[in-house]
Design a binder for this molecule. Structure first.
Ligand SMILES: NC(=O)c1ccc[n+]([C@@H]2O[C@H](COP(=O)([O-])OP(=O)(O)OC[C@H]3O[C@@H](n4cnc5c(N)ncnc54)[C@H](O)[C@@H]3O)[C@@H](O)[C@H]2O)c1
Length: 389
């Protein structure tokens, strides 16, 4: 076990993490003292995972919604609670790093405030809801010299990490076309509500463009990030169609289909639908098509079929994330990726390693999705320069 720990701390990469060789910080290391800003549904999931990570100690929590803060406090015994994160950041000199889990439109302000205090930040996806905000965050990280890790934990899903590894090794030649979808149920109706200061009307933050950014920015963004990471090219144009076919009383779309064109001619096609809670295995799909073959997940393995011939090769995917992390006691099965993300974030904080998710790449994903939203609204094809750099 100790050997495993050392191997991890000395820099095992994403594929090793996906394969499950990572282990928490060595026992003799002092835990990283965390402050969490935003303690709603996702915040509680983080806190459940942090219980399984002795390398961290949650010492402070900030959220203006008392009932959410109270529930978070039960998951982080000993942590002091704050209604306002500015007070937390001003008061607490014992914090080593900050995790931002607020509604997306508030990510930039909270992240910049923490970085300006000289603290490393793990910020939930999507990085921000505007390119300008993403730029402010990158600049704050550069000025403070502190890492900014954006929470695209789904890069660490073992199947996804394996596909990235196999694609990079040329198993299907060069990726020339990629296709994916996420068909799911509607947003959590109990999400925090944004109160319009002029009208006093309170609205689920996921229904408003200003607070969510766009539907695709809220979900589907993981898959688009993962495939964009694998394609590793520059975006040239984006087009999208969509709207509200079922959930009509909201600003944000309930279905979107987008096509992203890269400079080399590669295309990425992706569809999101929020009125398909029972789509079963068709609900989540990710297919990479290369010059030499096709690759996709099948029954927990990566299937590779060459362009010529009918043979299929199945590549095993191993994940030995500790059972305590994936059991219901400390979060949903999906959370093993977030667990691994915390192991990687610890390397950034302790050793100054660059984050697996480069903030510039996270910004690219925001920009291409905001271009998709613009295309959907304006019914025209968007060029990369149709939004600011
Ligand atoms: N990585 C993932 O898989 C994943 C999954 C779900 C959500 N998320 C992201 O996590 C973030 C939060 O989502 P959620 O589901 O927890 O939303 P939520 O609505 O359940 O919770 C948001 C919380 O933020 C609090 N908040 C509002 N204003 C605040 C402020 N000024 N300072 C501090 N806290 C404030 C609210 O009171 C609420 O408790 C979003 O950015 C979302 O996109 C990521």
């Amino acid at each position: 076990m100790e050997t495993n720990r050392r191997a991890f701390l000395k820099g095992a990469g994403a594929s090793a993490l996906a394969a499950g060789t990572a282990a928490p910080a060595a026992q003799n290391e002092k835990p990283i003292r965390l402050a969490i800003i935003g303690t709603g549904y996702r915040g509680w999931a983080h806190l459940a995972i942090l219980k399984a990570l002795p390398g961290y100690q949650v010492v402070a929590l900030a959220d203006p919604t008392p009932e959410n803060l109270d529930r978070a406090a039960t998951l982080a015994p000993g942590a002091k609670t704050y209604a306002d994160y500015h007070k937390l950041l001003a008061e607490r000199k014992d914090v080593d790093a900050v995790v931002v889990i607020t509604p997306s439109f508030l990510h930039a302000d909270a992240t910049v405030a923490a970085l300006d205090r000289g603290l490393p930040v793990l910020c939930e996806k999507p990085m921000a809801t505007t390119v300008q905000d993403a730029n402010r965050m990158i600049e704050a990280s550069r000025k403070s010299g502190k890492p900014l890790y954006i929470g695209f934990q789904k890069r660490l899903v073992p199947l996804t990490a394996k596909m990235k590894e196999l694609a990079a090794a040329g198993e299907i030649g060069k990726i020339v076309f990629a296709s994916g979808n996420l068909f799911r149920g509607d947003w959590n109706p109990r999400s925090w509500k944004y109160t319009n200061p002029k009208t006093g009307v309170a609205t689920n933050w996921r229904y408003l463009t200003f607070t969510e950014g766009s539907a695709l920015l809220e979900d589907g963004v993981h898959e688009i990030d993962s495939m964009n990471w694998m394609i590793n090219d520059r975006v040239e144009r984006v087009t999208a169609s969509g709207g509200n076919n079922i959930f009509k009383n909201r600003e944000t779309a309930d279905h979107v289909a987008t096509i992203i064109e890269y400079e080399s001619g590669v295309k990425l096609s992706f569809e999101l639908c929020l009125f398909a809670p029972n789509a079963g295995p068709a609900g989540r799909r990710m297919v990479l098509i290369g010059s030499e073959g096709v690759m996709y997940p099948e029954n927990g393995k990566v299937a590779i079929r060459k362009r010529e011939g009918k043979a299929v090769r199945y590549v095993d995917v191993v994940d030995s994330t500790p059972k305590a992390v994936t059991s219901n006691a400390v979060g949903s099965a999906q959370d093993s990726e977030t667990y691994k993300q915390y192991l990687l974030f610890a390397q950034c904080v302790r050793e100054g390693k660059p984050p697996l998710v480069d903030p510039e790449a996270a910004k690219t994903v925001i920009k291409l999705i905001l271009l998709a939203e613009k295309s959907l609204r304006e019914h025209r094809v968007m060029s990369w320069n149709d939004l600011p750099a």
